[in-house]
Write a protein that binds this ligand. Structure first.
Ligand code: ATP
Length: 224
């Protein structure tokens, strides 16, 4: 569904990475790990069309990203749910409206009535539906961000350090949700430093661990 082939990226200085290839196929579950600053977030941004590769080919759902205009990228983005590292919300809107925002922006808010209660229940936030984002805990915010990322039923879910600021129990809960999404057929890519999370996942789901370091992407061994 998403493919990067021989991709290089530079923010203007030296190349952050080069000749990098990655495939996000249906039903795949992959982790992306590597030292801080290696380029994990940058790689995710290339996958959802937020950045354009300096060279190489990025294919989004069969289309070369270079040939897609802004509207085309917006359409492709609807098929990609992203949980951002900092999970920002509109603080003046209740959680339910924040989660439904992608539908609202797409002019499909009528669908929220059907989907939203089930989705909030799935992430365990039904009771918090009317709370404002500043009233939520870190784990609640992460689960809300995941709900918002999947409200459009994307084919691909990208999560950037989704368990960065939450305790182990909450990380496990979030992991279970990501595994459930994967079992529904979605391609899942999770950028994380959390090796314990990766180990816990490997016991539950067939997954691949990619390590980005020194501009190279390698498949990590079973030892991890
Ligand atoms: N907009 C930008 N302009 C210039 N340099 C940037 C920009 N965004 C990121 N960088 C640099 O690119 C490098 C990779 O950043 P990136 O956020 O992709 O790394 P990361 O592996 O996700 O790091 P972390 O694990 O700390 O989140 C870093 O050196 C960062 O400072």
């Amino acid at each position: 569904m998403i493919e990067l082939k021989d991709v290089s990226y530079s923010y203007g200085g030296g190349e952050l990475f080069s000749q990098l290839s990655l495939q996000l196929a249906p039903c795949s579950f992959q982790f992306l790990t590597g030292p801080s600053g290696a380029g994990k977030t940058t790689l995710l941004k290339l996958c959802y069309g937020d950045l354009r590769a300096t060279s190489g080919t990025v294919t989004l759902f069969g289309q070369d990203a270079r040939g897609i205009d802004r509207d085309g990228v917006a359409l492709a983005r609807r098929r990609i749910g992203v949980v951002h590292q900092d999970c920002q919300f509109l603080d003046h809107l209740p959680l339910s409206e924040n989660v439904a925002l992608p539908l609202t922006v797409a002019g499909r808010q009528s669908e929220a009535a059907g989907n939203l209660p089930d989705l909030l229940n799935w992430v365990g936030l039904s009771a918090q539906a009317e709370q404002l984002p500043p009233q939520l805990s870190g784990g609640e915010r992460q689960r809300a961000a995941l709900a918002r990322a999947v409200i459009m039923s994307p084919d691909v879910v990208l999560a950037d350090e989704p368990t960065g600021n939450i305790d182990w129990e909450m990380s496990q809960r979030l992991l279970r949700l990501l595994i459930e999404l994967n079992r529904m057929g979605k391609a899942v890519l999770v950028a994380t430093h959390d090796l314990n999370l990766i180990r816990a996942a490997k016991a539950q789901v067939q997954s691949r661990v990619l390590r980005l370091r020194g501009g190279r992407l390698q498949v990590a061994g079973a030892d991890l």
